[in-house]
Write a protein that binds this ligand. Structure first.
Ligand code: HEB
Ligand code: HEB
Length: 454
């Protein structure tokens, strides 16, 4: 039917592994910040509801860390097995941040352990709060280091090539390359945004299902205010990522926008389909917008796909992934802004009845949860597929970096099985953890006054 091709199977296996890891890694980076904000508000307002929020989120967080570690270790294994030529060529150059990610993880894990076991052990609540800070730093540092590896793949520097061998290696120059600033900030801020929306989704779902406890309203308000801040920052940094692409990977930007002719006043293309002879049909065009995204002004010249030989171009379907990511970004910003606005109006003047807890509003927020996770996936697919055919941009192609060994197909099935087991188990554990221990019971057990309306 179709031939065994180790490169193809290596790519699929790497995608499945990274796609699965990124779900847990994103929460692993974002949730600690939300825990910290909740604990801080609990102390500042003297409100035990926020403190309980921090406690419950921290418990759920442990599960995502555990799965993150298993899948992360699977990646480390696979990198060596599936991309031996790449690892051999680039390993010394970019090994420093790869090692540092493990270090950041240990740092985080140590403090997480102490944090979890010292909830009621300190006289001063502030001391316990201080323990969450290294967790936030460690988690964010993981994203920082590993994303610098990915930046290196997109904008390699810090070495010379003599007869196909990488020499004069400078690990720091490799780590702090042209892609590093925008990639790292876009990844970190979208992890925060996604964590805020996933936690907001849970609160909105509870209220939608008829739970009247004020705990959920507080959780929803806090997550939506955070989400709004992160969504605005995401858009601002996304714009800078576009400017980075314009300068260093113009073919990726051109592929994202089906931009064939090099020209100024280039339009942004939304949706549409591409015909056989590269005509764009049924698309929505925003005049000048691509030039502005690329260089800040309409007279910025944007390089077109026609400048490149056919075999150095990424697949043009990345267009849809870029569009979907940007659309979701706008959606998340709009929904969180609407909620915050209604809530503010409602407090100032309850008679105007702009009730932020209307069921349509809650439904929009619930939908935002999965959408934000899809945007993470789409963003990575766009960034990675958009770099093809290169594994190391302009230095080594993906095919050159891959293994030639047999049996990658069997590995693929084994790992898919592993992820299915991990996915189902963590779902069941989380369900049991929270369903059998609802907020009401926990408040009662801890002797926190029970009031449903405020
Ligand atoms: Fe990751 C974990 C690797 C990507 C985030 N990781 C992990 C691990 C490993 C890895 C090995 C385990 C632990 C240790 O350290 O030992 N990764 C990796 C690789 C890659 C990655 C190789 C690619 C290339 N990550 C990633 C990303 C991110 C991350 C992209 C972000 C966004 N991780 C992370 C975290 C962690 C990990 C956060 C920890 C766990 C949890 O979950 O928390
Ligand atoms: Fe994003 C990627 C833009 C939203 C997630 N981004 C990306 C890129 C760009 C962009 C340009 C590429 C870069 C490179 O390659 O270097 N975004 C953007 C914009 C927007 C966005 C403009 C609108 C607002 N994103 C978004 C969201 C999310 C995301 C919402 C989630 C949530 N992205 C992402 C990711 C990625 C991206 C994850 C991959 C990594 C990097 O950075 O690359």
């Amino acid at each position: 039917m179709f031939e065994y091709d180790p490169v193809l199977f290596s790519r699929i296996l790497t995608y499945v592994t990274l796609g699965f890891h990124v779900i847990f890694a994103t929460l692993g980076v974002g949730v600690p910040l939300m825990i910290a904000i909740a604990e801080w508000m609990g102390i500042k307002r003297g409100d035990p509801h926020y403190t309980l929020m921090a406690r419950r989120w921290a418990r759920g967080f442990v599960i995502t860390v555990a799965v993150g570690v298993v899948t992360g270790t699977a990646i480390a294994l696979q990198l060596a097995l599936l991309w031996p030529n790449f690892m051999q060529a680039a390993g010394h150059t970019i090994g420093l941040p790869m090692f540092m990610e493990t270090f950041a993880f240990f740092f985080e894990a140590i403090f997480l352990g102490i944090y979890l076991y010292t909830w009621d052990r300190f006289k001063s609540k502030m001391k316990h709060f201080l323990l969450v800070i290294p967790i936030v730093i460690g988690a964010t540092a993981s994203a920082f280091f590993i994303t610098s590896v990915n930046s290196f793949m997109n904008a390699p520097q810090g070495f010379n090539i003599v007869d196909g061998v990488l020499t004069d290696v400078s690990p720091l120059a490799a780590m702090f390359n042209a892609a590093t600033p925008t990639k790292i900030s876009h990844v970190i801020i979208t992890c925060y945004l996604t964590a805020a929306f996933i936690l907001g989704m849970i609160a909105a779902y509870k209220i939608l299902r008829g739970n009247k406890h004020v705990y959920h309203k507080k959780a929803l308000h806090m997550t939506m205010v955070s989400a709004l801040v992160f969504a605005v920052a995401t858009a601002a940094i996304g714009d800078l990522s576009g400017k980075y692409l314009h300068e260093y990977q113009p073919e990726k930007l051109a592929a994202a926008e089906w931009h064939f002719e090099t020209e100024t006043e280039a339009p942004l293309i939304l949706g549409g389909i591409l015909t056989e002879d590269n005509e764009v049909e049924y698309a929505l065009e925003i005049p000048f917008a691509l030039s502005i995204l690329a260089g800040g002004t309409p007279d910025t010249e944007v390089i077109g796909l026609n400048e490149y030989p056919e075999d150095e171009l990424p697949p043009l379907w990345v267009h849809y992934f870029f569009d979907a990511m940007v659309f979701i970004g706008m959606y998340l910003a709009a929904v969180s802004a609407l909620f915050v606005l209604f809530n503010w109006q409602n407090r100032r003047n309850p008679l105007r009845k702009l009730n932020p807890f209307k069921s349509w509003m809650l439904r929009l927020i619930v939908l935002g949860g999965p959408l934000s996770m899809f945007a993470i996936q789409f963003g990575w697919i766009f960034a990675e597929v958009g770099r093809q055919p290169w594994i190391l941009h302009s230095v080594m192609t993906t095919a050159e970096g891959a293994t030639t060994s047999d049996h990658v197909d069997i590995m693929l099935w084994i790992f898919i099985l592993l992820y299915a087991v991990l996915g189902v188990t963590s779902y069941l554990v989380l369900r049991k953890m929270f369903l059998h221990n609802p907020v009401e019971h926990e408040l009662e057990r801890r002797g926190i006054p029970y009031h449903t309306v405020e």
